[in-house]
Design a protein around this ligand. Structure first.
Ligand SMILES: Cc1cc2nc3c(=O)[nH]c(=O)nc-3n(C[C@H](O)[C@H](O)[C@H](O)COP(=O)(O)OP(=O)(O)OC[C@H]3O[C@@H](n4cnc5c(N)ncnc54)[C@H](O)[C@@H]3O)c2cc1C
Length: 333
């Protein structure tokens, strides 16, 4: 059932990473449950979405990489009146494996508004929920009504709990309300607790004008094309931006005209790295992008080691200059 020794660089937007010892892509919930039953707590499981926010190690992953590719979108009838943003909303049930770009196409085709801020956001819905992805003053949490997830067994559970061979893992499903997801800046409960696989979410979208929805999405895609170094493999911004409230007055003063709302006031890390003199600095095949220094790009067959060296360098230089500790937004395996 599981594929063996599969190169993870194929599944990362970075094109970096060694092999997964085992790999499985599930197209339905039943396939997913079957795979977990078969795996039977015998080692670590890593859940893969679109691979647009992950740096895989050069040594690969010594366990099972599981890709829940649940890719349905269902608009539910009738419109409800309970959601906070509008008197009239549609419930849209979306599988975790749906690419955000597909979801945006769907929202245009059906005249559903609420996701326009996500124009050009790569990856899947599952990945976006886990990290509460956001941009242009929007975040995925703003449209989430609920999230359904499946609990995966903890490695070594059978041994430590004394379970016998006959007592296998039983699928445990839970629906999390928006509040229970504990969303905050690039954070959710699924980041705190790695035992859950996000299966699907119910989104609340409002009726809107198809042309206007398409125009707003296109505007964001255009902005990204100009500012992001799309000519090289990358995984987006490496570090989280810094909430302005945690930054000294001296630093705020020097970046005053650069403070952005994301969705609250932040000092963009791109300026901190740039002022630390790191634009265009390389290590091996990796480079701090001169175009957008919060991106570290795979300029020429970079290794994970090359990228990690630049991450360490940026942290060190920014701390020395501004006394600010950078925190990774990306997932490093
Ligand atoms: C060019 C570029 C621009 C970007 N711009 C932005 C931006 O503006 N804002 C922003 O927030 N991000 C941005 N990103 C980062 C990235 O696109 C988002 O974080 C995206 O939501 C990640 O989704 P993914 O499916 O690729 O997740 P992956 O990279 O596959 O995984 C990310 C994490 O989510 C977990 N995960 C994935 N699916 C599931 C699931 N079903 N259940 C449980 N856990 C799961 C993985 O285990 C991993 O820990 C950008 C990336 C790129 C390359």
């Amino acid at each position: 059932m599981f594929q063996e020794n599969i190169s993870l660089s194929r599944f990362s937007n970075y094109k970096i990473g060694g092999n997964a010892k085992y790999f499985y892509e599930a197209k339905t919930e039943a396939e997913l449950v079957k795979a977990i039953e078969k795996w039977d707590s015998r080692g670590r499981i890593f859940i893969l979405g679109g691979g647009t926010n992950i740096l895989f190690d050069d040594m690969g992953f010594d366990g099972l990489v599981l890709k829940p590719n649940l890719s349905y979108i269902k608009k539910e009838n009738p419109p409800t009146t309970t959601f906070q943003h509008s008197a009239e909303c549609w419930n849209v049930v979306v599988g975790a494996g749906v690419a955000i770009s597909k979801l945006l196409d769907y929202s245009i085709a059906h005249g559903l508004s609420g996701l326009e801020w996500a124009g050009g956001l790569p990856g899947t819905l599952g990945g976006a929920i886990r990290g509460n992805a956001g941009c242009f003053k929007g975040e995925i949490k703003d449209v989430i009504q609920s999230v359904s997830a499946l609990k995966i067994p903890t490695p070594g559970l059978r041994k430590s709990s004394g379970l016998t061979k006959s007592k296998h893992w039983t699928p445990q499903l839970k629906t999390f309300s928006n509040e229970e997801c504990k969303f905050s800046y690039r954070h959710s409960i699924f980041k705190e607790n790695l035992d859950w696989i996000i299966l699907e979410a119910t989104l609340k979208l409002q009726p809107g004008d198809k042309k206007e929805i398409a125009r707003l999405i296109q505007e964001k895609i255009g902005y990204r094309k100009i500012r992001h170094p799309m000519e090289y493999p990358n995984i987006g911004s490496i570090f989280k931006n810094i909430p302005a409230e945690f930054v000294s007055r001296r630093v705020i003063k020097s970046f005053n005209n650069k403070i952005k709302t994301d969705p609250f006031p932040i000092v963009p890390v791109v300026h901190l790295i740039s002022e630390a003199g790191l634009r265009g600095v390389s290590h091996g095949g990796a480079m701090i992008s001169p175009k957008h220094p919060n991106f570290i790009v795979n300029a020429q067959s970079a290794s994970a080691y090359d990228v990690k060296s630049l991450i360490a360098l940026a942290k060190d230089r920014v701390f020395k200059k501004f006394k600010i500790k950078l925190e990774e937004e990306v997932m490093i395996i």
